[in-house]
Design a protein around this ligand. Structure first.
Ligand code: SF4
Length: 272
């Protein structure tokens, strides 16, 4: 279950990349078992610790922990069902909040204790977040959407400054900035190439978009999603043929598919 089982169907018409969610679901289930164990311990051994303060206290804490364990177990089942079906059964804002604010930090901590690669948990979380964003069923006006790209996507020896204005790109084809610029013009969606997380956050703060399509590595996407929440962010993991932060790439099909799925209007329909 802790093995990563990523799948990629390769269809450009749909958002079809599916990282394995086994580690995330298994860690949630284990957390539920551990919490239930703590609850049962408090319930069965009431005289220790809390029982000295008030005789009812172990039962209260035990009941709370058992209730929490049951909730986490149900959440794991909800996520497992989404992993099986390829989408959540329904959209729940509070579950989305729990996923971002509680389950992700919990899973990263539990994964650290069990020595599970953080990147596997981040990939699963990113995909679950994307499924939640899509399940919202909202469409956004092009001018209220923002595409965020990291600066490392640019060809390393290109001297053109695209971080200030992406329209400076000459479209020479040495990197994907030219294609992305073309997409941005075709769809009428703002494209911003950021030199770092702080600059990206400032851009989001200034533009105040209704939704973001962000491309970056797993770590940056995960922290960005947490910071931006509750702003809907559809996250696309970058390609790294030369390693991190160096001439990275992105699937142009994935960006087009994200736009076609999230954008309202006839352009979206035409591109689907
Ligand atoms: S596509 Fe644009 S950004 Fe990339 S190398 Fe060519 S001119 Fe520079």
């Amino acid at each position: 279950l802790f093995k990563d089982r990523d799948t990629w169907s390769g269809s450009p018409e749909s958002i079809s990349y599916r990282p394995g969610k086994g580690p995330f679901i298994a860690l949630l289930a284990l957390s539920a078992v551990a919490t239930a164990g703590a609850g049962i311990f408090l319930w069965v051994v009431p005289t220790i610790g809390l029982g000295n303060i008030h005789p009812w206290l172990p039962y209260v804490f035990g009941a709370v922990l058992l209730g929490g364990a049951l909730f986490v177990l149900l959440s794991a089942a909800f996520i497992a069902l989404a992993a099986f079906k390829g989408s959540f059964v329904f959209y729940s804002p509070w579950f989305h909040t729990l996923l971002v604010k509680l389950f992700l930090p919990m899973m990263v901590m539990a994964g650290g204790l069990l020595r599970i690669e953080r990147i596997k948990i981040e990939r699963a979380f990113i995909d679950l977040n994307n499924q939640m964003v899509l399940k919202m069923g909202r469409r956004f006006r092009p001018e209220k959407l923002l595409i965020l790209m990291p600066h490392c996507i640019q060809y390393d020896e290109c001297k053109i400054k695209v971080t200030r204005n992406v329209r400076n790109c000459a479209g020479c084809g040495r990197c994907e900035v030219g294609d992305l610029r073309a997409i941005s013009e075709e769809y009428g969606v703002d494209l911003f190439i950021s030199t770092g997380g702080t600059v990206a956050r400032r851009k989001v703060y200034e533009k105040r978009p209704d939704a973001v399509i962000a491309v970056a590595c797993e770590r940056d996407l995960t922290s960005g999603l947490q910071d931006a929440y509750p702003l809907p962010v559809y996250a696309i993991v970058n390609e790294r043929p030369h390693g991190y932060c160096m001439e990275t790439g992105v699937s142009i099909d994935a960006v087009r598919a994200a736009l076609a799925t999230m954008m309202e209007g006839p352009t979206a329909a035409a591109s689907g």
